[in-house]
Design a binder for this molecule. Structure first.
Ligand SMILES: Nc1ncnc2c1ncn2[C@@H]1O[C@H](COP(=O)(O)OP(=O)(O)OP(=O)(O)O)[C@@H](O)[C@H]1O
Ligand SMILES: O=P(O)(O)OC[C@H]1O[C@H](OP(=O)(O)OP(=O)(O)O)[C@H](O)[C@@H]1O
Length: 212
């Protein structure tokens, strides 16, 4: 009898895409969880337990071993810098992290950048040799340049609709984002058979499934 494999799943926009992938790989997990307040889904027939976490917290659960593996956006991994293994690019929830501003933006003496990703933004501007003050926000980032909190923002662009509706322009794409399968370092050794077999099944599905 093998141990239960605990999987941290991000609630919200990634969940459904990740669940669809698991189902294609033959693991019959629920496709929708929006209706439920239940945070742990046990699937004894698969020897698995799914934990529904806030996306940004997934690496924390995995690093501490509360979950053996998890699914999380590359944006969160780059921001959080946790001591975990990145096993697989799942190719889902594709978007990009970009520098965004008003169309008439000119570099001023004091430059401010608002973002949900202060570590990523600070690193990027340091590498560019630009001195900026980074301001952390938790959502509606596009508001910042519109109302004069910041000159520019670093945020996610997917369809471009948010930028368009707020009269903003994408100035510099920084990197492409997709969701990744990550693992706790100890679990990866202790539950290697289970994790590897899941990776193989997912790999077979994403082999022929490149878009989100
Ligand atoms: N348009 C998008 N905007 C932001 N993130 C996106 C987008 N498309 C895909 N993603 C990916 O989805 C992940 C989760 O998105 P987000 O942080 O907005 O959480 P959420 O699904 O809205 O849930 P919550 O608001 O509870 O944190 C991001 O970390 C990113 O990898
Ligand atoms: O290019 P688009 O398709 O318009 O997607 C990009 C938008 O989606 C995200 O916001 P989210 O919906 O997570 O809301 P938030 O403002 O709470 O971060 C992101 O922060 C952008 O604002």
């Amino acid at each position: 009898m093998t141990d239960i494999l605990k999987v941290a799943m991000p609630k919200g926009r990634i969940y459904k895409k990740a669940a669809a992938l698991f189902r294609e790989a033959g693991l019959d997990i629920p496709l929708e969880v929006d209706e439920t307040r239940k945070l742990v889904i046990s699937l004894p027939e698969l020897n698995m337990e799914f934990i529904l976490a806030k996306p940004v917290d997934v690496p924390t659960y995995v690093e501490y071993g509360a979950a053996d593996i998890g699914i999380v956006g590359k944006d969160v991994l780059l921001e959080e810098d946790r001591d975990i293994y990145e096993l697989l690019d799942l190719g889902i929830a594709r978007c990009r992290m970009s520098v965004i501003g008003l169309p008439n933006w000119q570099p001023g003496i004091q430059q401010r950048v608002a973002t949900k990703y202060p570590n990523v933004a600070s690193r990027y501007f340091r590498e560019q040799g630009q001195q900026v003050e980074v301001i952390k926000l938790n959502g509606s980032i596009e508001l910042a340049p519109l109302i004069g909190l910041a000159d520019r923002i670093v945020d996610m662009v997917e369809t471009g609709q948010t930028l368009q509706e707020n009269g903003l322009v994408e100035m510099n794409p920084i990197f492409e984002i997709t969701s990744r399968l990550v693992a706790n370092r100890v679990s990866y050794r202790m539950k290697n058979g289970q994790i590897q077999s899941l990776c193989d099944r997912l790999q077979q599905v994403i082999g022929g499934n490149v878009t989100n």
